[in-house]
Design a protein around this ligand. Structure first.
Ligand code: F6R
Length: 245
């Protein structure tokens, strides 16, 4: 595990974007998995900008969406699908055949988890996974208590996650279940990057980095990944005992 404390959100986002672009330049057929959410928004815009400026070819990557709110259609602005479509898939000009996202409207969610497990496996595993951290320490929708060795699954979301998730939606929305890749996808990925920013994440970042490695704080799984990079903006790092921030 590596910890990088960045001076600003811009700097953290720039480093994440540079790492994704570096990988795609070195390995145009890379298999990339991305989270939705507020945290990676700037990194995604910088990836798109860099791809255009430096003419980086994303046409051969495999794109995997990390998770989705069950029952939320892709055209809903609060869905992960919509977010990834608007911020990465469309601006990068990716083709449907190279994109794998959960169908959260599927009548057979268990088949849907298997479909994404297979998509990752057939692509040869993830080369890079870029994630955020929830206020309760979740990664994707791997809520506290989910075993580290899980692959894709459907999950009952904590009340806290349902409440925090309202920020993505225009109106009050039922968010009681999620469908997500598992933490084993993260530990098996060749590279894993977790970005966090803002004072509100400081305490959970401290627990993930300095507390016990435990499913109680799913993001602590990053410490089991030899190349796992915590990319933490200064304020989000401010509760770390090892941090001068
Ligand atoms: C979303 C996802 C979630 C978020 C987390 C942080 O696809 O995987 O785990 O990364 O809830 O969300 P933000 O970045 O909005 O604070």
């Amino acid at each position: 595990m590596k910890l990088h404390i960045a001076d600003s959100y811009e700097r953290a986002s720039g480093l994440a974007a540079a790492e994704v672009c570096r990988l795609v330049q070195a390995q145009p057929e890379a298999v990339l998995c991305f989270a939705a959410g507020d945290t990676p928004r700037l990194a995604y815009s910088l990836i798109v900008q860099k791809a255009r400026e430096e003419q980086i070819d994303f046409s051969r990557i495999t794109f995997i969406g990390l998770d989705e709110w069950v029952g939320i259609p892709p055209e809903n602005e609060g869905s992960c699908h919509y977010f990834l479509q608007e911020n990465l898939i469309r601006p990068l000009g990716l083709m449907p055949a190279q994109v794998h996202l959960f169908d959260a409207l599927s009548r057979d969610l268990s088949a849907e988890t298997e479909r994404l497990n297979q998509a990752v496996a057939h692509a040869g595993g993830l080369d890079l996974i870029l994630v955020g951290i929830g206020m309760n320490g979740h990664i994707g929708f791997n809520e506290p208590g989910i075993p580290f060795d899980s692959y894709a699954h459907v999950v009952e979301l904590e009340a806290f996650t349902q409440e925090v998730g309202q920020k993505y939606f225009r109106t009050q929305t039922v968010l009681n279940q999620g469908i997500t890749l598992g933490l084993r996808h993260l530990t098996e990925a060749k590279q894993a990057i977790l970005i966090a920013n803002g004072l509100k994440k400081a305490e959970i970042v401290r627990q993930a980095i300095e507390g016990p490695v435990s499913p109680d704080v799913p993001a602590s799984v990053m410490r089991l990944h030899p190349g796992g990079l915590f990319l933490i903006e200064r304020e989000a790092a401010s509760a770390l005992h090892s941090s001068p921030a």
